[in-house]
Ligand binder design. Structure first.
Ligand SMILES: [Zn+2]
Length: 440
């Protein structure tokens, strides 16, 4: 093991946020194996010494400037005025977080141009999603997407954190791995049946009328009266391959946005058998309001465990509703160890600045949690939303995004069992793209 000594002042050595980021970098998949950053100068065989301070001193190998934005001010502050700065390094452009926007710059030798530790902390801790003003929230009580730092700066399609870690290692003279981006697949099962009742059928017809597509009225009428269930897509969806795969079941909770799962339904039970057979990990999709209650998450989780006959440790919230720190703490108390909720609801991209799973920090309690976050990058509906708003082809949107991110990150998908029909009712076709993703 080779230690990289991070030399900094006493206050920062004991700062849990800095220690969290160091641990994060040391475990990052592109970070070179065999190298560990440490603030402990007793581990004396270090070959590289990084000075992390306000001013650079003489005879130092490498320098990172301290910005004193998130590490010093433990008291929470509004992040709405923060801006990004651009730093060029080799073929990369890196994006910092600054209180005042600076001119574009190049990383010069043996110096990282901005405080990468604080920048990484901001993104991966989801600092900006704590202590929200009610005017900045959407109907879920979450920070409105267009107010997210990365969205404001139109950087959400770049894994800014993964690029920083790679370039940091490279500029230290190490050889970080140029990883080809892996893909992972997941599904949220909100509705097993398309038409639970006649009134549901009428409601769905109302939607078609609103979208003014007469031919779909006919298609939907035929579906209903021939007893077809277009949401039974599990044979096409749950394919065995070498991707990591997850499936999340909504068992139904206490909110009007939830549907209570019928655990005796044949399609539901068969989907579980197929998921198990094809190597899926099964998780809970806690209801809309469960986010406030450990007991409710536990109750829903228990119902799923009874059906599948095994314990459940993974989760993704319905509507991706994740409130900081309440949801984090409730999931942890409910025995969840990995959560897949951190993605955008109406666009594709990297909400946490990274595509790789990582341990998340609780900013309110100043400690690393037991929860690993598996960021969600591409959700099916977001592709449709983007296609509608930009008048572009879905496959073009997808391929361009994946093409830009062929290396250095990970791309996780969420395809609902209802999406192929949902797309068809809106004049889109998503099956071909799904098969392409699975067979590439
Ligand atoms: Zn859902």
């Amino acid at each position: 093991m080779t230690y990289i000594y991070l030399k900094t002042n006493h206050e920062l050595i004991n700062n849990p946020r800095l220690q969290y980021v160091i641990e994060y970098i040391n475990h990052h998949p592109v970070w070179p194996e065999g190298y560990l950053i440490t603030t402990n100068n007793l581990l004396s065989n270090h070959q590289i010494c990084i000075e992390y301070s306000k001013e650079r001193s003489e005879n130092i190998n490498y320098f990172v400037p301290v910005s004193d934005t998130f590490f010093k001010n433990i008291k929470h502050f509004s992040t709405t005025s923060l801006q990004s700065g651009q730093y060029h390094y080799k073929e990369f452009t890196l994006f910092s977080i600054e209180e005042n926007r600076k001119e574009e710059a190049f990383l010069i030798e043996n110096t990282f141009g901005f405080d990468l530790f604080e920048t990484i902390f901001f993104h991966i801790s989801r600092y900006e999603e704590y202590d929200l003003n009610v005017y900045d929230c959407d109907f879920r009580g979450m920070l409105e997407e267009q107010k997210h730092f990365l969205v404001r700066e139109t950087l959400e399609q770049i894994p800014v954190v993964d690029h920083i870690v790679y370039c940091f290692a490279s500029s230290l003279g190490l050889s970080p791995s140029k990883l080809k981006s892996k893909k992972s697949m997941s599904h949220d099962i909100d509705h097993i049946k398309k038409f639970g009742s006649f009134s549901k059928f009428l409601r769905l017809q109302g939607g078609v009328v609103k979208r003014m597509n007469a031919s779909k009225l006919f298609v939907q009428t035929r579906q209903y009266f021939t007893n077809t269930n277009p949401y039974n897509t599990f044979d096409e969806l749950l394919i065995s391959d070498d991707m990591s795969k997850y499936i999340f079941y909504l068992m139904g909770g206490i909110s009007k946005y939830d549907v209570v799962a019928d655990v005796r339904d044949e399609v539901f039970l068969n989907s579980i058998l197929l998921a198990k057979k094809n190597g899926y990990q099964i998780g809970i999709h806690p209801g809309f309001d469960s986010t406030y209650s450990v007991d409710q998450i536990c109750e829903e989780k228990k119902r799923l465990e009874m059906v599948i006959g095994e314990e459940v440790h993974i989760s993704r919230n319905h509507f991706l509703r994740f409130l900081f720190p309440a949801t984090l703490e409730n999931l942890e108390s409910a025995g969840i160890t990995m959560d897949h909720s951190l993605g955008y609801r109406s666009r594709i991209g990297f909400r946490c600045g990274t595509g790789f799973p990582y341990k998340i920090y609780n900013v309110a309690r100043e400690m690393i949690t037991g929860i690993k976050v598996h960021p969600l990058i591409v959700m099916d509906q977001c592709l449709i939303t983007t296609a509608i708003s930009t008048h572009q082809d879905i496959e073009v949107i997808h391929d361009r995004f994946v093409g830009k991110n062929e290396y250095f990150t990970m791309i996780s998908y969420n395809f609902h069992n209802s999406i192929f029909d949902f797309a068809e009712m809106r004049g889109f076709e998503l099956k071909t793209l799904y098969q392409k993703i699975k067979h590439r």
